[in-house]
Design a protein around this ligand. Structure first.
Ligand code: JHZ
Ligand code: ZN
Length: 413
């Protein structure tokens, strides 16, 4: 149910009380809460999914706050190591840090949301001391097995102090695809400031809210993602904690458009950082009006995709989907697409196979099911990995199979 004006919570970053809602995706189940066979008879819990803009600090954020334990401890099956593209990106990141910061056995690198150790394991051949932090138990265990010591807790000022007391200050802190996942943002960023050495470097990666809006990537909105960042919002956030946004890198092909922010305690703002901050102002990302028609565009995208799926189904096509991704859950639930349209979803992640997509209960099978069943079409829910998926599925395509990429506009490939 839509919230009434005036009852909106304060901004998660600046504490301002004037949030302006611009999108409601209705009630959706938790995107990573995959359903087991025994749970199929039950109704999955669902929560409102409303998105708002803060006119004071420009941060885009959702209004609902599902407890973090429920999101990342009880229902979390995301393992970073199932994408070759992401593994390559992580290795390049680690190698670049080793080279640019001269990291060696005297250095200490901490990663927040270190998942299964997919990134930190690249530092160990260089003798660098590493520590992962991740509250998800199965991922933390997988990281330890890969030789990455991991603290199984949520990060904040308190844990930062304990890590610093035990291991010393960090030369590098890495936080990839986690700052969106943090409800108590100032405690998280305050913790990074607490743990970082005076001349240390923090790198933070997150999808860019400008790409989300420009490319209609509405399915990346789900309860795990409390916030959707611009450089402007990050700049304001880190300055509050005595740090500076000194540099920005852009990876257009990662997760629909990702930025890597370089943050430190000394002010050394690069020309590129200034350029992207100015670009955001010029494009209007810092104003409510930029977001005002997003809801209409999302609605239109939904209609177009539903029309395409209905048409194919009416022609007698068999349709499957690729990627039991969190964004896939938003997509299917917002569209209301279940087993009447999709026979199954395939995913490489063995933890997800045998379960069902939240809410719509489409079964999840191993990727081999595409060749076994040879569906006519496959809807790519993990569209951010389209190139990687197409390259893997040459045999399915040679046999006549076609892929549908839903974002930015539905397209048969
Ligand atoms: P993937 C993730 O979101 C997780 P999700 C997280 N919530 C986040 O913030 C964003 O990324 C940025 C599978 N797959 O990563 C693996 C194959 O089966 O796009 C995954 O289950 N074969 C932290 O969950 C899913 O697809 C493949 O070849 O929306 C992809 O999920 C590849 C490449 C992936 O997103
Ligand atoms: Zn704010």
């Amino acid at each position: 149910m839509a919230r009434q004006r005036g009852l909106l919570p304060p901004c998660r970053s600046c504490g301002g009380g004037e949030l302006r809602r611009f999108l409601s995706l209705g009630r959706t189940p938790l995107a990573d809460a995959l359903v087991t066979g025994e749970q199929l008879g039950q109704i999955d819990p669902s929560f409102p999914l409303d998105v708002a803009f803060c006119p004071s600090c420009t941060l885009v954020q959702i209004l609902e706050e599902v407890p973090a334990e429920q999101l990342f401890v009880d229902n979390y099956l995301y393992f970073s190591s199932f994408s070759d593209h992401l593994l390559k990106h992580a290795k390049e990141h680690a190698d670049a840090l080793v080279a640019s910061r001269g990291l060696d056995s005297s250095s200490f690198v901490v990663e927040l949301a270190s998942n299964d150790g997919y990134l930190l394991r690249n530092f160990t051949p260089h003798g660098v001391r590493v520590l992962g932090v991740d509250p998800a138990p199965d991922q933390a265990q997988a990281a330890r097995e890969a030789g990455v010591p991991t603290v199984e807790e949520f990060f904040g000022v308190d844990l930062a102090r304990r890590i610093r007391a035990e291991h010393g200050a960090a030369d590098v802190i890495i936080a990839n695809n986690v700052m969106a996942h943090v409800p108590a943002l100032n405690d998280f960023v305050g913790g990074m400031a607490e743990l970082l050495s005076d001349d240390g470097l923090i790198t933070v990666e997150n999808p860019w809210v400008k790409d989300l809006v420009d490319h209609g990537e509405f399915d990346t909105i789900y309860h795990e993602h409390f916030c959707y960042y611009s450089c402007t919002a990050v700049d304001a956030l880190v300055r509050r904690h005595g740090m500076y946004l000194n540099h920005v890198e852009y990876f257009p092909d990662l997760h629909g458009g990702t930025l890597r922010w370089h943050i430190g305690k000394r002010e050394q703002v690069s020309a590129e950082a200034r350029r992207i901050l100015a670009l955001e102002r010029a494009a209007g990302v810092t104003e409510f009006e930029y977001y005002a028609d997003f809801a209409d565009r999302v609605d239109e995208a939904r209609s177009k995709l539903l029309m395409l799926l209905d048409k194919l189904k009416a022609q007698g096509a068999m349709i499957a989907a690729y990627g039991a991704a969190a964004k896939g859950s938003t997509m299917l639930n917002y569209l209301g697409v279940g087993t009447e349209i999709l026979d199954f979803v395939v995913d490489r992640n063995t933890w997800k196979q045998g379960k069902y997509m939240p809410g719509v209960h489409v079964p999840i099978r191993p990727v081999e099911a595409l060749l076994e069943e040879q569906p006519d079409y496959v809807l790519i829910l993990a569209w951010n990995f389209t190139d990687e998926i197409l390259a893997q599925q040459e045999e399915y395509r040679r046999a006549g199979g076609r892929f549908i990429r839903p974002v930015p506009i539905p397209e048969i490939l």
